[in-house]
Design a protein around this ligand. Structure first.
Ligand code: CP3
Length: 358
């Protein structure tokens, strides 16, 4: 498929990630396409299960566009999931209603890890790059498209546990009892993520983000050895320029507030921050080496529009004057949120942020 790529009309998100001057603070929302939108639920019902939606480029494109039709967001994010890589490695991903993701064949020993192959993104993950090409065409240069992947550690937690977990005992047992097995797995995942993100960039992704949802369950030492080291390898392996401009890389470790300075030294362009860290403190920690994304508690969207605006004001003031801030939630939007409250959130950022860019 070869589709033309028109010029970008709104690049405020890309400029903020590169800490270039902007007239206001850009905003997008993690999980902006999803079940809080009735139009998403309708498309999802039509597609059947969630993975069928991800594997159909036209439908994945449709749900990517849905939040952009409702709200003046500054970026689109590819509609897919972080668990596409383990699925392509043959683990058999499926979703049990109300239980989240599961694998038919979780990884339990060294032999299983040794026999894992590295997926070819233009073969086993072709549906993802097809979705990127379709979305880029449909966007027509309106806003940039974000590609993404899970971090090796976060992917490993699902692959070894066989699904979501509360105490991470199976994956931590492998980490401490068989550290070489864990390193082999993480290294294969890092290589897979590099190929996967580079394929998304070649297909048209204009920025990429690595979701390390579970890095925060590790001790500081284990975080550096088992999560950050592999994200660094990924950052070093990525295509950093495409179509004559930088392709910024954002790393997000949920619960990683204490490690922001270490993360900023990884070579990435920006860091995601959850709501447990004050934005002003985060900015001091990274010394303006990288841009920061975040960080409103997604639960604030249950509050009144007035309370939402107060929270936006607090976060903008905490980051302070100057560039390099991408407004977002500190984690994904909850499915029960009223879409009008998401609208009020975005409006508040548009209204209040220009004062910080004069
Ligand atoms: O941000 C976006 O709008 C892009 C889409 C996106 C999805 N998943 C769609 C999705 C992104 C970026 C992800 C990433 C993802 N997936 C992460 C990392 C980010 C995070 O939230 O921490 C993780 C840990 C996963 C794994 C996963 N996939 C989980 C835990 C679930 C939730 C299960 C549930 O029932 O809530 C999914 C499924 C999923 N991924 C949904 C969506 C919209 C819900 C599926 C549905 O329609 O029922």
């Amino acid at each position: 498929m070869s589709l033309s790529k028109p010029a970008l009309q709104n690049d405020v998100y890309l400029r903020a990630l590169m800490r270039e001057p902007t007239e206001r603070t850009p905003i997008w929302m993690m999980r902006q396409a999803g079940r809080y939108l009735p139009e998403y639920k309708a498309t999802r019902a039509h597609a059947g299960d969630f993975m069928s939606l991800c594997k159909n480029a036209e439908l994945a494109c449709e749900v990517t566009m849905q939040p952009l039709r409702r709200f003046p967001l500054d970026a689109a994010i590819l509609f897919s999931d972080i668990l596409t890589i383990p699925d392509a490695m043959g683990l058999g991903l499926y979703f049990e209603a109300g239980e989240g993701p599961r694998f038919e064949r979780p990884l339990r020993d060294h032999r299983a890890v040794e026999s894992l192959g590295i997926p070819d993104p233009e073969q086993e993950l072709r549906y993802v790059t097809d979705a990127v090409r379709t979305i880029r065409h449909e966007l027509g240069g309106k806003v940039p498209l974000i590609g993404f992947s899970g971090s090796p550690w976060t992917l490993a937690t699902y692959m070894v546990e066989g699904g979501s977990t509360k105490n991470f005992s199976v994956v931590k047992k492998m980490l401490f009892a068989e550290p070489q097995t864990m390193h082999l797995l993480l290294d294969k995942l890092a290589d897979s993520v590099i190929l996967y993100l580079n394929a998304q960039i070649a297909a048209g992704a204009q920025a990429v983000m690595v979701f390390d949802t579970w890095g925060g369950v590790l001790s500081p030492r284990d975080y550096r050895e088992f999560s950050l080291a592999y994200m660094k390898k990924i950052v070093a392996g990525l295509t950093r320029h495409a179509d004559g401009r930088a392709v910024p890389v954002t790393l997000f470790t949920k619960g990683g507030g204490a490690w922001l300075a270490d993360m900023a030294a990884s070579g990435c362009d920006a860091l995601g921050v959850d709501w447990t860290t004050d934005m002003g403190i985060a900015r001091q920690l990274v010394q303006d080496q990288v841009a920061l994304q975040g960080n409103m508690d997604p639960s604030v969207l249950y509050a009144s529009p007035q309370r939402i605006e107060e929270e936006v004001a607090t976060i903008l003031a905490s980051y302070g004057q100057g560039h390099g801030h991408v407004f977002n939630l500190g984690h994904g939007i909850h499915p029960e949120v009223n879409p009008d409250h998401a609208g009020a959130f975005i409006e508040a950022v548009h209204k209040l942020s220009p004062a910080y860019h004069r």
